[in-house]
Design a binder for this molecule. Sequence first.
Ligand SMILES: C[S@@+](CC[C@H](N)C(=O)[O-])C[C@H]1O[C@@H](n2cnc3c(N)ncnc32)[C@H](O)[C@@H]1O
Length: 406
Amino acid sequence: MSSKPPRTKDRARPGPGKDSGRKPNRGKTAAKSAARTGGPAAAPKAHGAAAHKAQRATAHKAKSAGAGKTAQPAGWVVRAAPGLGRTLLAELRHARLLGQNDRADLLWQRNHDLLFAPRLARTPAATELRSAEDMHRCLVYGRYKVSDSQLERLAQLLQGQRRRLVVTADGRHFNRHDLARFLGRELSARGVKLDEAANTPLLVFCIEQAYYACVPVRDADQTAGRDRRQVEREGSLPPPIAAAMAFMTRPVDDDTILDPVCGSGTLLAEAGGYAPGARLIGTDQDLQAVKTARRNLKSFDTAQVEHADARALDLPDASVSLVLANLPFGKQYGDVAENRSLYAEVLQEVRRVATPRGFRAALLVSDRRLLRDAARQTGLRVRHDTAIRVRGEDAAIVLLDLPAAG
Ligand SMILES: C[S@@+](CC[C@H](N)C(=O)[O-])C[C@H]1O[C@@H](n2cnc3c(N)ncnc32)[C@H](O)[C@@H]1O
């Protein structure tokens, strides 16, 4: 296929976006899939005056044909923290919102992993997709240019609403200011009320050549149970990241779940979101953290939070089936130099309390090498690690278990 820009009516118009011919965002992308599936704005291949005329006629026909129909949203956009897109995808499949063979495109924004799915089995309930940072109906999507037919559909879907237009652009294809000006002009001309003071946004996410025009349906705070959190504490983990860690270990009601450095209790609360019947145990050496976690976990009958040193827990051997922990990064809490001994001693204690069967752990650390070393010393096995970013800092979620005996 030629990498030259297609000559279409759209290109002649001073619209935003340029066809750079570059490959889109890493991995499998909506742009690729749209082209494969003949998606709504896949770039036309034909060239020349005849092709140009034919395309105009087709666009006009499509517009007239669509005139009597009610436009439907084109899919869903769900986002996770950087590095957690695949976990979010696994959660979608686990909840059977997405079948194994259903299409889902994973793309990477600066501060989010973005997942686009043309179809979900149902609208996700507030109890589902705890690892999602936000969720949107995608009204229209496409690539390279926002075509006339997409503008018509978007205008139809937004009729009667007041929206604040917010455009973000990752990559060099779209310029967000140009696109915002263009959309403002074209949508207003089609009767859409765009207003900077409106509470509800129309979000347009551009990632390389692909764009997704979306309206939000849920953000992280609206996930079930998050309103039970009473107190914030500096350095606490964003709940969707805590949820992703819990989800990776698939908590069940039979589990006894320990966070030995629980801070405000975010990880235990999220684990309880997946397994409300599980026993939750938190410890922290900071008395203020203990008070905070107790308040945040008050609604869980099975939660217990104690003031203790994670290196010497008052728990019987082989009594904990699941450990979730955000170990100090050595910045806000702890010290980088001390982390080597801290990680080793905490893991020693984790090893002691681990049940011989079915044990697993998910630990968030800034230095995965240190944790791997500590795991090796204590006989815990590293199953997997996932590089993520937490509030702009590089970190890793390391999954551990116990090797089968003998
Ligand atoms: C990164 S914070 C945990 C934040 C927590 N995940 C949350 O969402 O609030 C690390 C916690 O480890 C605690 N800590 C550090 N060393 C400890 C130790 N030896 N024993 C118990 N707690 C410790 C600190 O007091 C701090 O609350």
